[in-house]
Write a protein that binds this ligand. Structure first.
Ligand code: HEC
Length: 454
């Protein structure tokens, strides 16, 4: 019996198109009623069938909800508006039959009500199948920001924060599962009867038994699934969902191959630094630890619209990273908006941009600026002394610029400077200055032609 109900539930996405069709054709006839001899007769017939198919849709929807382990909170809006559509359709049928008390209510209340509810039900249903943001997904960031949608938050992060002195499962593995698996594998909605929301339930496995094979780790169901080709039905996460990154797959594989421990410290997991570097927020201590107001949203949205990349340095941080990789010609209005973010910007990559020595004047008030890249610009260094007021400026990249070696002494006196990258393709600046052995450590005169991209 369960299987049968389960199967009937699966027809919900198909069946809902019947009432949609009946209602739309009914409303179309209603609008064009003059074209028909006896529109009420036709409408009676149509809304009888719209009511019947609406009822079947509600019932199959309920069965689908029960069998697929969906959260009530996530479907309640869709369910309620579906029922209202059903009730209005039935009421309109009685109205057309001139039944009391329905006849007392104006006709438009029914028709408009049915139409609006149909739209709402359809939209909320779409949210369940395709995710909350499926409608705004294609919109540009600036519009999303305007709508103030959470969907933009994800893009705001550029690394997860992980401490290598902490147990591996909760600090490295669970965050990956949380972001890519737990939406379908949790205590309320456990697809394949598998939960992945904590270590205990993961160890229990799913409907086909354990998902970790301690004897032959590489045959673990989790690993098999994530390594299947994306088009394969059993591939996890399902094709339509956000996929695991290569580094995440490698970490999960490594963890399972090491026996899938819970409390082993991350640093004892024998993971290569290269692999871990994808997860560890090394930058955390690099940038100033300060409380700062949330950045000006309008300025961010203005600059993003132009193609400038802006993101917080870590989840929920108010400190910002900016890269003009896709936008080079800064004009007056851009600079005005940049200045509104002067306290938040700590990491700026203005490489390849149109900025010249004026940039030092502009940036002299960016008090928290910690890393500045001006590679491949025409700066010569004139006026760079204005940056000596920046108490946090640790890294300065001036590769392949017109940088004048006279200015090296000036940068050398910057209070926080750790490293300046001064490689020039056709000149060797190191030959033009004399620095003490200690100071020379701060300068890098060669070998950096390729810059890492954000
Ligand atoms: C969009 C929902 C969704 C997401 C996200 C998702 N799964 Fe699944 N998962 C399913 C469904 C549905 C099944 C049951 C059907 C099947 O066996 O393919 C399933 C089954 C499984 C099974 C088999 C359980 C068993 O015992 O049969 C494993 C293992 C699994 N998923 C692992 C994962 C992992 C690991 C992730 C994250 C990387 C993940 N899933 C993300 C929907 C999802």
């Amino acid at each position: 019996m369960d299987i049968l109900l389960n199967l009937i539930g699966k027809f919900h996405p198909l069946i809902i198109h019947l009432p949609i069709g009946f209602i739309l054709i009914g409303l179309l006839i209603e609008i064009n009623s003059k074209k028909f001899k006896s529109p009420n007769k036709i409408l009676k017939f149509i809304f009888l069938w719209s009511s019947i198919t609406c009822l079947i849709s509600v019932l199959t929807g309920f069965l689908q909800y029960q069998s697929e382990g969906l959260l009530w909170e996530s479907i309640q809006g869709h369910f309620i508006s579906g029922i209202i559509t059903l009730l209005l359709s039935v009421a309109f049928y009685f109205y057309l039959n001139k039944s009391k008390p329905f006849i007392a209510i104006p006709r438009k209340v029914y028709t408009i009500g049915i139409f609006v509810n149909l739209l709402i039900t359809g939209h909320l249903g779409g949210n369940i199948t395709h995710g909350e943001d499926h409608l705004i997904e294609p919109l540009p960031d600036s519009v999303k920001l305007f709508l103030n949608k959470d969907s933009i938050k994800e893009e705001f992060t550029y690394k997860d924060e992980i401490d290598i002195n902490k147990p591996v499962f909760n600090n490295l593995i669970q965050p990956i599962l949380d972001s890519k698996c737990v939406s379908c594998h949790n205590s309320k909605k456990s697809k394949g009867k598998l939960m992945l929301n904590n270590f205990e339930v993961l160890k229990k496995g799913g409907k086909n038994g354990l998902v970790i094979n301690y004897e032959s780790p590489e045959l673990s169901e989790i690993l098999v699934r994530i390594h299947l080709p994306k088009d394969e039905k059993k591939h996890m996460p399902p094709k339509a969902k956000k996929q695991l990154t290569k580094a995440e797959i490698n970490v999960l594989s490594h963890w399972i191959n090491m026996g899938a421990p819970e409390n082993t410290l991350i640093k004892d997991m024998e993971m290569s630094n290269e692999l871990l570097s994808n997860f560890i927020q090394k930058e955390e201590s690099f940038f100033p630890k300060i409380d700062i107001d949330t950045p000006n949203k309008n300025s961010i949205s203005f600059l993003r619209k132009k193609g400038i990349h802006i993101a917080p340095i870590t989840k929920s941080s108010n400190l910002l990273y900016l890269s003009s990789y896709n936008y080079h010609e800064f004009i007056e209005e851009d600079i005005t908006e940049l200045k509104k973010l002067k306290d938040n910007l700590v990491d700026m990559d203005l490489s390849n941009s149109s900025f010249n020595d004026e940039v030092f004047d502009i940036l002299s008030t960016f008090t928290n600026l910690t890393r500045l890249k001006l590679n491949y610009t025409s700066v010569s260094g004139k006026g760079i002394d204005k940056l000596s007021s920046l108490k946090n400026l640790k890294k300065l990249h001036l590769i392949n610029t017109n940088f004048n070696s006279n200015q090296i002494k000036v940068i050398n006196s910057f209070p926080a400077l750790e490293k300046a990258y001064l490689f020039q393709k056709n000149r060797d600046l190191s030959k033009e200055v004399t620095l003490s052995d200690q100071d020379i450590e701060k300068f890098d005169f060669g070998g950096y032609t390729i810059q890492e991209l954000p």
